[in-house]
Design a protein around this ligand. Sequence first.
Ligand code: GAL
Length: 673
Amino acid sequence: MIIKDFRKILHGGDYNPDQWIHVPGTVDRDFELMDEAHCNTFSVAIFSWSQLEVEPDHFEFGWLDDVFERCAKSGKKLFLATPSASKPAWLAERWPDSRRADRAGHRDIQGSRQNSCFSSPGFRERVRIVDRKLAERYAKHPALGGWHISNEYHGECGCDLCRSRFHDFLRKRYGTLEKLNQAYWSAFWGHRFTDWRQVEPFDSSMDGAALDWWRFCTEVIVDFFRMEIDAVREFSDAPVTTNLMGLFPTLDYWKFAPLCDFISDDCYPTWYAGEAEREGASVSFRHDMHYSMRNKPFLVMESCPGIPNMMPYTKLRRPGEFEREMLLALGHGADGTMYFQWRKGRNNCEKFHGAVVGHDGSDRTMVFRRVASYGEKLERLSGLVDAVREPVAAVIYDWESNWALRESHFAGGNEIKKWDETIQNHYRALWNSNIDLAVIDSEQDFSRYKLLVLPMLFLFKPGVVERLRRFVEAGGTVVGTYFTGYVDECNNCQAGGNPGGEAGRDLFGVWSEDFDGLEPAARQSLVWNGKRYPVMDYAEILHPEGSAVEAVYGEDFYAGTPAVTFRKLGQGRAVYIGARTGMDFLNDFYGALIKKIGIDPVLPGVPDSVRAARRFAVDGGSYYFLYNLSKEAQTVKLPRKMCAVWEDGADVDSVTLSSDGATVLFAAGEARG
Ligand code: GAL
């Protein structure tokens, strides 16, 4: 259970009553509406530092005490935030080095949020003080459900202190300057370093230093996160989390995961017309990653029940879309879905961001009614709490690999590299086959899967290729693609050739001699099983070294040469896809591959536009989730009778999903595995 002894699917959101203290009756009304919407959990005080510590060491907890009391009385729980995301003006004034600096060293203004320097001694000390105060006061309160540490940590700082911490980080990582010079290939353009202080973190010509800068930024923030956890842990053993932002590009979230008692995420899909399949796969991808991070249920900490104001088109959710989005999370391993935010504020840059309760406080809005109806149905799903997933295939997502690729100057720039999109497209093809998936990093245990896919896993961390080999020899299937294993952990290219140096070449049984970057007017294709599929952006020139040729190129001077190879090794196989294709090839290819491996869909025979997910309940039986990605009603014939828990609880052998609809079914007596 995410919250101790609280067996409920969590439902609620960010609650900011401190913005409403001056409007009598609002908080009373909020608590009535919360019950009407069947909400049970809220996050509070996220941006409330200046309302709690009104001047240095002068604390006013009255409004927060009141919220705690009301929650305790009405059986609700609170995730209490540490307020470090937003520092008070007095703090920035008294400790100016708390303001973050840009790459040129200029300090940011006070204002906005999430813009403090994580190294500033004054800022760190004041955060520790306020965190300890909160923990001391509320640790034993019955309404405390857990700690929401800070908010969406991120950012870099170019102040002198951060630079000198970066140099300490390098000293620890490399030990001697000689090693650093080698690792950075620093004779290039004559950059040999004779002092650690000379290493410039923002020299974009040095691919190794740029990669280390992102590693360092993660380390600084993880260290800050740990400091905040330690502050609350002095008084409280309630679970801690910090809200992640999906695939946020500059933080390695795998390093945050071990510190979180449960993972939480802020997830804002758009559902624009025609994008349900792509968007559905994309949110499922992040949910699968968040489940995989701790191998247990996670929480969607923020989502938007109305219109997210930061998106290009603030599109209202069509009937069905809101509930389908929430059930996608639950089906992929969430034990709760919460909103940003409970009540819309009347001013400033989020005044139009969709909330459960609008500016007029009405419970008659479409958004409020949808939330209330979903909340009411959630009460039928308490058996889902702690239910587990059993993924059989995994896609690898490594931030370090993405950074190495991003900081490497080649292949048409980052708009063409498209690593996130590529990784998600491979996932999407597997998701389209309705199999149970994980998203892991390359340091996780591989042995529980039958299939591992490493799309553009550009950087091979030490030991990964050996572990992949053992996985294959023991019967696993590995799929690598163009730009797999091109560099080591310092962003140095492989001396033994691609993919992945000698060991990688031997694993895949292929040598990638070079790659052809394809401009938009270039025509290339690959031919597989007699069918021709378009190739775009990249095509590698491959030479089999012990592998069989699965597909060949269709055009140009390398027509007829290998495009996809397949090597049998031990009990398993290693497949290499040398070129970027569209979803047409990926869907066909993975559809055939999983049949060959013997991976079954979670539910057989669902219509093309329906996706399925499954979780195994702790007390036995399975929950099946069905999602209609189309605008037409879809009927799904079930392989056996199941209970329509999301509807009227009747036993059914088929269900009809309305346009964009979703549902949950329970199959009693099913065993795991
Ligand atoms: C999140 C953030 C919230 C709120 C929300 C608006 O990223 O954590 O505080 O700003 O976005 O969508």
